[in-house]
Write a protein that binds this ligand. Structure first.
Ligand SMILES: Nc1nc2c(ncn2[C@@H]2O[C@H](COP(=O)(O)OP(=O)(O)OP(=O)(O)O)[C@@H](O)[C@H]2O)c(=O)[nH]1
Ligand SMILES: [Mg+2]
Length: 508
């Protein structure tokens, strides 16, 4: 075993980031048989098994250490790690704290407090990177609403994109939930950070706590979910996304392939996430078939962001299966999905679904709230409906900004008012960019299925997006394909292949 093998470097920023980190490392340790003190449990030890190397480095004494840096501008959250069950797991130098938090203020995280600590953080990250012979990716975890999660993470991503230009940067962000937001200025922080890091990160999975609370309540029967409950669900997604870099599978979809599949244009990089099965620990006789989990992963009950995918069109979709899953069962499940008119793809991206199968079954925390299963699926998709989450946030942002409410807190820490205008304009343009993805149309149709539906959008001169008169050419009882589109599909051929060329133009 050597400590110099390549691996993903994970970076946890602010309270939400660090607490997500706790859940992730709890799970990673269980998956690799590493005890909380950093040594491998005897029965797991196998000289030929290198799966741990992606996430852990190892020392000659047999101690495993996460390739991970945790940062918070205040000490209390990380102090719980320093004195908790996993205190010996982490390298103490990689747990970095300042003296006071950013008080939910982007500007404190980015300017005043952030500037004091950034050099130290970069030096520690460099140490971790130098111990890796290659560096496939950084994964950053944070909340968009917190001062540290928004402001400091922005500063960090800016520096990382300078120092490690070629290394892809993934982001797992907690998006401010619409109804249960803990701080009034979260929309400011979230929009400012999204604006500033737009060009510094490659792919940002956004998850919202409201959706996760709902999952806990509906799926796990937890009346008052805690952050631990929801962070453990998110950890399953993180584990699935990194599984291909650790365990065997075919076809195995790595982070690089995921990024290529999910991000059609640099700015269109906000996929949403769903997971199945999420079942109560004490449920008996659960029928976890491939078809059932696939179906469930498209249901709103399993989505980790509050928006209805049925109202948008998919640009891409990846299904990452784990465990005992046969490719022919997956193909059958995909055929079933293709017959659902609620699943529409933009007509310039008709290739449909990217499939990954990893043979390692999901691991669950013993005595945790989720039932162990021998297979699971994580659904990652880039759907145009995500723009509604930005619109929702912009509405709140504008309400406050119009009255210049709370602005003095930001100006007092070194920001200028013009930066608020720029951020607002950039996110408005992002919404517009997502709209442009729809121009040309979206299709859900498979030959042989009765219900087929085609929706066209076009842009007006003012830039507004309109559904054209051709909207919903098929509805209700089955009708023959309209001659205007020459959309005659043969058995086994999708109508996508025979529709007229999209009038889609690449933005910017
Ligand atoms: N999912 C999840 N969300 C969290 C957790 N802790 C805080 N949040 C959410 O994160 C947002 C607040 O951000 P924090 O992460 O607490 O803030 P911070 O990054 O530490 O920044 P400051 O405290 O302002 O310095 C709120 O929307 C919280 O609901 C957590 O453990 N899990
Ligand atoms: Mg904090």
């Amino acid at each position: 075993m050597s400590s110099s093998d390549g691996g993903i470097v994970t970076i946890f920023v602010g309270q939400a980031g660090v607490q997500m980190g706790n859940a992730c490392w709890e799970l990673f340790c269980l998956e690799h048989g590493i005890r909380p003190d950093g040594f491998m449990a005897g029965d797991y030890y196998n000289d030929d098994d290198n799966s741990y190397k992606t996430l852990f480095s190892s020392s000659p004494s047999g101690k495993f250490t996460p390739r991970s840096v945790m940062i918070d501008l205040e000490p209390s959250v990380i102090n719980q790690i320093r004195t908790g069950t996993y205190q010996y797991l982490f390298d103490p130098l990689l747990l970095i704290t300042g003296k006071e938090n950013a008080a939910n203020n982007f500007a404190r995280g980015y300017y005043t407090l952030g500037q004091e600590i950034i050099d130290l953080v970069l030096e520690r990250i460099q140490r971790v990177c130098e111990a890796s012979s290659n560096l496939p990716a950084f994964i950053i975890f944070r909340s968009l609403g917190g001062g540290t999660g928004s402001g400091f993470a922005t500063l960090l991503l800016e520096q990382l994109s300078n120092d490690y230009k070629k290394v892809p940067k993934f982001d797992f962000s907690i998006y401010p939930a619409s109804n249960i937001s803990t701080t009034i200025v979260e929309p400011y922080n979230a929009i400012l950070t999204t604006h500033y890091v737009m060009d510094y990160e490659d792919c940002c999975f956004i998850l919202d706590n409201e959706a996760l609370y709902d999952i806990c309540a509906r799926r796990l029967g937890i009346e008052r979910p805690t952050y631990l409950n929801i962070n453990r669900i998110k950890a399953q997604v993180v584990s699935a996304v990194t599984a291909s870099s650790r365990f065997e599978g075919a076809p195995n979809v790595g982070l690089d392939i995921l990024q290529t599949a999910l991000v059609p244009y640099p700015r269109i990089h906000f996929p949403s996430v769903a997971y199945s099965p999420i079942t109560k620990a004490k449920t008996f006789n659960v029928n976890v078939t491939v078809s059932r989990i696939t179906h469930e992963s498209f249901e709103p009950t399993n989505q980790m962001i509050k928006c209805d995918l049925k109202n948008g069109a998919y640009m891409s979709c990846c299904l990452l299966y784990r465990g005992n899953v046969a490719l022919n069962e997956v193909n059958k499940a995909i055929d079933m999905l293709k017959g659902r008119k609620s699943i529409r793809f933009v007509n310039w991206s008709p290739t449909g679904f990217k499939i990954g199968i990893n043979y390692q079954a999901p691991t669950t925390v013993p005595d945790g709230e989720m039932r162990a299963t021998d297979r699971s699926v994580t659904m990652l998709c880039n759907n145009t409906v995500i723009q509604t989450t930005w619109k929702r946030l912009l509405r709140k942002y504008k309400l406050m900004y119009r009255k210049k409410a709370f602005l003095h807190h930001y100006i007092g820490e070194g920001m200028e008012e013009s930066q608020f205008n720029e951020a607002q304009e950039n996110i408005q343009t992002l919404v517009q960019d997502y709209n442009e993805m729809l121009i040309g149309g979206a299709v859900s149709y498979v030959a042989g299925k009765q219900a087929a539906r085609t929706v066209y959008w076009r842009a007006t001169n003012s830039g507004r997006l309109l559904k054209t008169a051709k909207t919903c050419m098929f509805q209700g009882p089955p009708k023959p394909a309209p001659s205007s589109t020459s959309a005659r599909a043969f058995p086994g051929q999708s109508v996508i292949d025979v529709l007229p060329k999209a009038i889609f133009k690449q933005s910017g």
